[in-house]
Write a new protein. Structure first.
Lengths: 191, 154
């Protein structure tokens, strides 16, 4: 059976179909979460951004101009909410446009639950690349894979620059990962 | 989309993120539960101005401390201006309906609500609102439909 399109789900949810709403949440919850966490919000702030974003969708179900582009609408709504949260707390997005890499000392607590060493290094490397790259790669890594339109909405960047930026961000991530791995020595080394 | 070529590192990252930073169950549950706030006979008053948005990033760090936040919501025929003040961990909302008229006001959030009235000059105050994502519902005696504001985290 064919999966319903996003536009069909938006239409059905707008008409009161609870199942269609749940399917939309299932399809896009990871994208919304990835945007909030990509902006380095705490889990609590990211939860607030997610809730605000979904409540906004409820009120806009019958008003979306392009229901098929819902992923982009959600990503853009989440991005705006993230920027509000950051402004409210007097924080800024450091080097968002300049791709400044982040010097992070402490590994994040989440690293504890990753028992694979390479996974841990990759997780740590992700926290050290620029904020923009973190949002972009987190968004691209969500399933189902978002369109470049969705990702461009998450970043507030033109669609045409997503491809080159993606390549550059993956390169930054690779370099951080390689640097960590060469410091740690070959896998299983030292035994 | 076709433009996404396969990259093994991205696949690896996907697996790491699924393990290290999945969407928490409570966040999914809140997203699912949002649907219960669907209203069918209300006019939406969209957020048209937020003093937070007006802050440039350069001025942001200076202007934030203590200053009240001003929100404006607009629906056809009515504007709702709300000042949000921090009172400890709670918020005080001071509002003004334009044009001024008396109305029943309900401040709603995921786990509760507070009701009050706007006086004949369209003024209202609500104390003790939690720092949460909220929306105001406004019932005006002469209006055919209630007005609800866009949800906003305060």
């Amino acid at each position: 059976m064919l999966e319903p399109t996003t536009a069909e789900l938006v239409g059905a949810a707008g008409a009161g179909d609870n199942g269609a709403w749940n399917a939309l949440v299932e399809r896009y919850a990871r994208l919304v979460w990835s945007v909030a966490r990509g902006f380095a919000l705490s889990a609590a702030d990211a939860a607030d951004v997610s809730q605000t974003t979904w409540l906004r969708l409820v009120e806009h179900l019958g008003r979306l101009r392009e229901p098929e582009a819902l992923g982009g609408w959600l990503a853009s709504t989440a991005r705006h909410e993230c920027l509000r949260v950051l402004r409210k707390s007097g924080r800024e997005v450091v080097g968002f446009d300049a791709d400044i890499e982040i010097e992070s000392g402490e590994p994040t607590p989440e690293a504890i639950i990753l028992d694979d060493e390479r996974d841990q290094l990759l997780w740590r490397s992700l926290s050290e690349i620029s904020q923009r790259c973190q949002v972009l790669l987190r968004a691209l890594a969500t399933t189902p894979a978002p369109s470049y339109q969705d990702v461009s909405a998450a970043l507030g960047m033109p669609v045409g620059s997503i491809g080159p930026t993606r390549a550059r961000c993956l390169d930054h991530l690779k370099r951080r990962l390689n640097a960590h791995e060469s410091r740690q020595g070959p896998a299983g080394g030292g035994a | 989309m076709a433009e996404q070529s396969f990259d093994p590192l991205l696949t690896e990252l996907r697996s790491v993120l699924d393990k290290a930073d999945p969407v928490p169950d409570a966040v999914l549950a809140a997203a699912v539960a949002s649907f219960t706030w669907r209203t069918i006979d209300s006019e939406l008053a969209e957020l048209s101005a937020d003093s937070l948005d007006a802050l440039t990033s350069a001025a942001g760090t200076r202007a934030v401390g203590g200053a009240a936040r001003l929100l404006t919501f607009e629906a056809p025929g009515v504007e709702i201006e709300v000042e949000v003040a921090e009172t400890g961990s709670a918020r005080r909302l001071t509002g003004q309906l334009v044009p001024p008229e008396s109305a029943q006001i309900t401040v709603r959030w995921a786990s509760g609500s507070i009701e009050t009235r706007a006086d004949e000059f369209g003024r209202f105050t609500v104390e003790g609102v939690p720092a949460a994502t909220v929306s105001l519902a406004i019932v005006r005696p002469a209006a055919p439909h209630p007005v609800v504001t866009s949800w906003i985290a305060i």
